[in-house]
Design a protein around this ligand. Structure first.
Ligand SMILES: [Zn+2]
Ligand SMILES: [Zn+2]
Length: 256
């Protein structure tokens, strides 16, 4: 029921943003709608080179909340290992000033994206929006901290303020390992995992946490995007990786 409510809310916000978009579309000639679809729906376009030979990642961060270079390098390596983009994957980084909130809703983040995003799909390039925000998710509870969210087919947010609060101190994971974990986990959803656009090749969707893998050591295990998953990362010098079943799902939908 809760999920249904969230989906309804999401669809409503999507409808509103699409309506608004048709106005901005007319003024600058760029069609935004191919980048405003549901999470996982561009799985095949991102994984294969059938339509898009290049990938452009627009990394935008609030001043003071830039991800580490190691995490960006690991993200690109992850993409190169799983997707076919023969003409290359380019990262375009830019800083913005704070939007001025301490907690952000998905609607807030959609509005910021609408305002700041400059890269959209072109004939042979698929564009991705990665935003590192200076606040927390409004979905946080007393027992759970959301560290990232993939909210559209080519858009995700990393709650970098929360990541900074939970890394690089005693008994906490290193910042680049935590960033790499959350970035690649969110992008795993955008690539269609688990059962979110890349069809399951074996039964490994977690029955208690939909759209996640039931293998505890897999990158797509549900706790990888939450503060509760941190215990697993402490003392580790690398992020979890995809297990064989998740990789098989990506390969079956055009990936490596
Ligand atoms: Zn997840
Ligand atoms: Zn998995």
């Amino acid at each position: 029921m809760k999920t249904f409510y969230l989906i309804s809310l999401f669809l409503i916000s999507l409808l509103c943003s699409c309506t608004k978009d048709s106005i901005s579309q007319a003024s600058n000639g760029i069609n935004h709608t191919p980048n405003q679809k549901s999470t996982g729906s561009s799985s095949h376009d991102l994984l294969s080179d059938q339509k898009y030979k290049n990938m452009m990642i627009e990394v935008v961060y609030v001043d003071g909340f830039k991800p580490t270079q190691n995490a960006i390098n690991n993200f690109v390596s992850f993409l190169e290992a799983r997707t076919y983009k023969p003409h290359g994957i380019v990262v375009n980084e830019r800083m913005i000033t704070s939007p001025g909130k301490t907690r952000y809703t998905i609607n807030d983040l959609i509005a910021i994206e609408e305002d700041q995003r400059t890269q959209y799909n072109t004939e042979d390039t698929i564009a991705v929006w990665a935003f590192f925000v200076d606040g927390a998710s409004d979905k946080n509870t007393d027992t759970g901290t959301v560290l990232g969210t993939a909210y559209r087919n080519t858009s995700f947010v990393i709650f970098e303020k929360s990541i900074q609060n939970l890394s690089n101190s005693a008994f906490e994971p290193s910042r680049d390992v935590l960033e790499t974990t959350v970035i690649t986990h969110e992008f795993g959803h955008i690539l269609g995992l688990t059962n979110l656009g890349a069809t399951l090749q074996s039964e490994h969707e977690d029955t208690e946490h939909a759209k996640h893998c039931n293998v505890e050591s897999c990158l797509m295990y549900w706790s990888a995007e939450t503060g509760e998953g941190l215990a697993n990362l402490f003392g580790s010098n690398s992020a979890p990786t995809l297990d064989a079943q998740c990789i098989a799902d990506l390969q079956a939908n055009g990936g490596k």
